[in-house]
Design a binder for this molecule. Structure first.
Ligand code: WQD
Length: 336
């Protein structure tokens, strides 16, 4: 069975994908530098699947340590999650974001070439569509015009991968553009647990419901949306994980680079999320309306027809499922 290197495999999406890979009888090798994760997630993957695998605490920028992973394991394909991903932080730390995300990816691609690894699935983002495209976003739309360095690194890495496919006819690439991943594994052992104050909506809402934070700030209610608050395409992280398996299998039958949106195709507003979470948790979520957040767009949701047609993949879970599993996860986290 194939061995898959998962970079950033202790992270929110990476850990859920590792569970899915093991459940599909892939062998995995996991690396992570723990900048936004912990060894607890690695142990949780082992607990959930009752399977073991090599783990390396390693930074993509440490070329010698990174090469050791390829020298010690016969890697067949890579799923590349590792990267800095806080939109707001990237505006204040552009050099760190460009260096980490771009140089780290270049280090990975050089090692793949040296060790004869010809397949990669890349964790891209809907943010590459920028603010000029009409919704629903389609894979053949022009990308760019992003409002932050984080999003721009995703655009640049997509370009690097596409250019490398032109030069190396053996390389097969799947670019997966995630919309808004939320939720958690039903076991409650892995989920979204950012260090410090969450940037993203769902972990913040969950912590208000759990009494950890006092009040949610809703960034604007004057957008041209049904209730005035921002609309996003929230997708269950377990649906996202299964989409990676479908994309990995697709790479056995394609040449060059393929691109897929991973979303539900449905938009939900901030207040939709608040109300769904109150229903799922039975708790009140206090909120106040504040000014818009710089860089936010009003509405973002996916056209998901291509992944459905070519990957035979579509999201199974709805917003109530996502809120239920996020609530279950934060209750587990509070207990431990
Ligand atoms: C969602 C909605 C906010 C927090 C970003 C990246 C994307 C991916 C996910 C990394 C918006 C509103 C939020 C809060 C709020 N990042 N909001 N109060 O900005 O759509 O996407 O994170 O993988 O690439 O672009 O996600 O969860 O921050 O915001 O009102 O405290 O919730 O204005 O409308 P976003 P988000």
């Amino acid at each position: 069975m194939k061995t898959i290197l998962v970079t950033g495999g202790a992270g929110f999406i990476g850990s859920h994908t590792c569970v899915e890979l093991l459940n599909h009888n892939y062998n995995i090798v996991v690396m992570d530098n723990f900048v936004n994760s912990s060894m607890g997630a690695v142990e949780a993957i082992r607990t959930i699947t009752k399977k073991d695998f090599p783990f390396y605490e390693c930074d993509m920028l440490d070329e010698a340590a990174f090469e050791k992973i390829f020298a010690e394991n016969k890697i067949d394909a890579v799923i590349h999650f590792a990267g800095l991903k806080a939109v707001g932080e990237s505006v204040h730390k552009p050099l760190e974001y460009y260096h980490n995300n771009l140089t780290g990816t270049l280090n990975l691609l050089k090692l793949m070439r040296k060790y004869g690894v010809h397949q990669i699935v890349f964790s891209s983002s809907a943010t590459v569509y920028g603010s000029k495209n009409p919704v629903p976003f389609c894979e053949d739309m022009p990308i760019g015009g992003t409002t932050n360095p984080y999003g721009t690194t995703k655009v640049m890495i997509e370009q690097i991968l596409q250019d490398t496919c032109v030069a190396d006819k053996d390389l097969r690439v799947a670019l997966l553009r995630y919309f808004n991943p939320i939720g958690a594994h039903p076991s409650g052992l892995i989920g979204e647990n950012p260090n410090g104050i969450p940037n993203n909506l769902m972990p913040y809402v969950a912590r208000v419901a759990a009494g950890i934070l006092p009040c949610l700030s809703v960034y604007g209610d004057d957008y041209n949306t049904p209730d005035g608050t921002g609309v996003r395409d929230y997708i269950h992280v377990c649906d996202l994980a299964s989409g990676h398996i479908s994309a990995l299998e697709k790479l056995d039958t394609v040449n060059g680079c393929v691109i897929y949106n991973l979303g539900t195709g449905c938009g939900s507003s901030v207040l939709d999320v608040v109300h769904a979470f109150e229903k799922a948790s039975g708790k009140k979520v206090n909120y106040k309306i504040v000014a818009r957040r710089d860089g936010d767009i009003a509405t973002c949701y996916a056209d998901v027809s291509k992944a459905k047609k070519e990957l035979h993949w579509e999201a199974k879970y709805n917003l109530d499922d996502m809120c239920r599993d996020s609530w279950n996860f934060i209750q587990h986290t509070k207990q431990n």
